[in-house]
Ligand binder design. Sequence first.
Ligand SMILES: Nc1ncnc2c1ncn2[C@@H]1O[C@H](COP(=O)(O)OP(=O)(O)OP(=O)(O)O)[C@@H](O)[C@H]1O
Ligand SMILES: [Mg+2]
Length: 144
Amino acid sequence: MVRERITSTAEETIRLGREIAAELKAPVLVLLYGELGSGKTTLAKGIVSGLGAAEEEEVTSPTFTLVHVYGKGAKVYHADLYRIESAADFESLGMEDIFAKPGVVILEWPERVPVPGEWPKVRIRLEHLGGDQRRIRVMGGDDE
Ligand SMILES: Nc1ncnc2c1ncn2[C@@H]1O[C@H](COP(=O)(O)OP(=O)(O)OP(=O)(O)O)[C@@H](O)[C@H]1O
Ligand SMILES: [Mg+2]
């Protein structure tokens, strides 16, 4: 798995998302940490398209809809929890069935809710480095 990359354009971040997608094994929760505009949705475009669940242009920010579902067979969920009200809402997102048919759940702002402990996870941290540069770090499992 890629550990760390500095990207200088949105396109490079999308490409990194595709590389990460190639190494994901469903069911898995992909947690995207990073401030506003750090590139979480941009990276998700690469992950979702890399998984073959949708075209990169079809992947847009789920800020107002909370969760987008891509793919026909195994599902890819993409949620933005920035505006989520409470932990109870997380249950209502209906993503538990990724275990029934192993899927991938991509979460922006995962720190807004207590994330179920037992799910396999990949944590990704995105940071502004000034201008268009972003540092993107991938951490597997529960290690920091
Ligand atoms: N190296 C880069 N990687 C990612 N995005 C970049 C990069 N350089 C510039 N950008 C631009 O920065 C913006 C990142 O926005 P994006 O919606 O992906 O952020 P976000 O982390 O999802 O924000 P939010 O928390 O508001 O959902 C886009 O407009 C993108 O084109
Ligand atoms: Mg976003």
